[in-house]
Design a protein around this ligand. Structure first.
Ligand code: C5P
Length: 253
């Protein structure tokens, strides 16, 4: 069975731009996947890693319907890689649309494997992608790269103002400590059979589904947890750009 990849890259990166100066100007902020690290966009770093894995026959990049950046930059041109402007209202909707492109335009089969990877996890390496493929390709269900939780986990008390990032609201207070043993952070890529994943994402509550594995779990299956690296973090907050760049710089030394 063939192995495909879908890279959702149709978000705007609300948390990454919220505190930047771009938010204060009239210009729409540059989506975070197009921020540059060592002279190359986050998305180009990600696509470079996937293009170096020969067992992946093709990568579909899901961009926003109104995206003007991708096609204007030659750095995004990689072998066996094509962008499709079919981004949806949520990450899961973008992934669902990317899977439909594979089935419709590339004749991908339900039993084929598909790897889904966040554009914003731009420190991914070909070796980690291959580790996931190795672990999953003889598995009945598939699985995901994940990291045993390094920190102690706190659950907050219910509050009226719900976000822990709100400045004016009541401070968050601990309701309880959740034992961290046996807890993992879900990373990407996540690797499942195309048909199984399409069926799992066929519901209408897509915004609540924040990774593929949770949709597979809701369908009654148990994905495999494959050890990831702490460096495979998702660039999410403004300070993450400098951190990601430092990792890339250290790798080049
Ligand atoms: O916002 P977050 O970091 O969780 O997004 C994860 C990935 O999903 C990013 O690569 C983002 O571009 C993508 N995404 C998408 N379509 C959306 C929202 C997010 O492709 N509607």
């Amino acid at each position: 069975h063939r192995i495909w990849a879908v890279i959702p890259a149709a978000g705007i990166g609300q948390r990454a731009v919220a505190h930047s100066t771009a938010a204060a100007t009239t210009q729409p902020p540059l989506p975070k996947q197009y921020h540059r690290l060592l002279g190359r966009s986050l998305l180009a770093h990600t696509l470079h890693a996937f293009a170096q894995v020969p067992t992946i026959c093709h990568t579909v990049v899901v961009i926003a319907p109104d995206d003007t950046v991708f096609a204007s930059q030659t750095e995004h041109a990689f072998a066996r890689t094509q962008a499709w402007p079919v981004g949806g209202a949520s990450r899961a909707a973008s992934v669902r649309n990317g899977l439909a492109v594979l089935a419709t335009h590339y004749q991908a089969q339900p039993e084929d494997w598909v790897l889904v990877h966040d554009a914003a996890r731009c420190l991914i390496t070909p070796e980690w992608i291959e580790r996931l493929i190795q672990a999953c390709q003889n598995d009945a269900i598939g699985g995901l790269l994940a990291l045993p939780l390094p920190d102690t986990l706190k659950e907050e008390q219910p509050r009226s103002a719900s976000s822990g990032l709100d400045e004016g609201g009541k401070p968050a207070r601990v309701a309880q400590t959740v034992p961290r043993s046996g807890k993992w952070l879900a990373h990407t890529p996540q690797m499942f059979r195309l048909g199984l994943l399409q069926a799992a994402l066929d519901g209408n509550n897509l915004p609540s589904i924040t990774d593929e594995a949770s949709a597979i779990e809701l369908a009654g299956h148990a994905p495999q947890l494959v050890p990831s690296s702490a460096q495979n973090f998702k660039v999410t907050y403004p300070e993450d750009f400098a951190l990601a760049e430092a990792v890339l710089r250290a790798r080049n030394e």
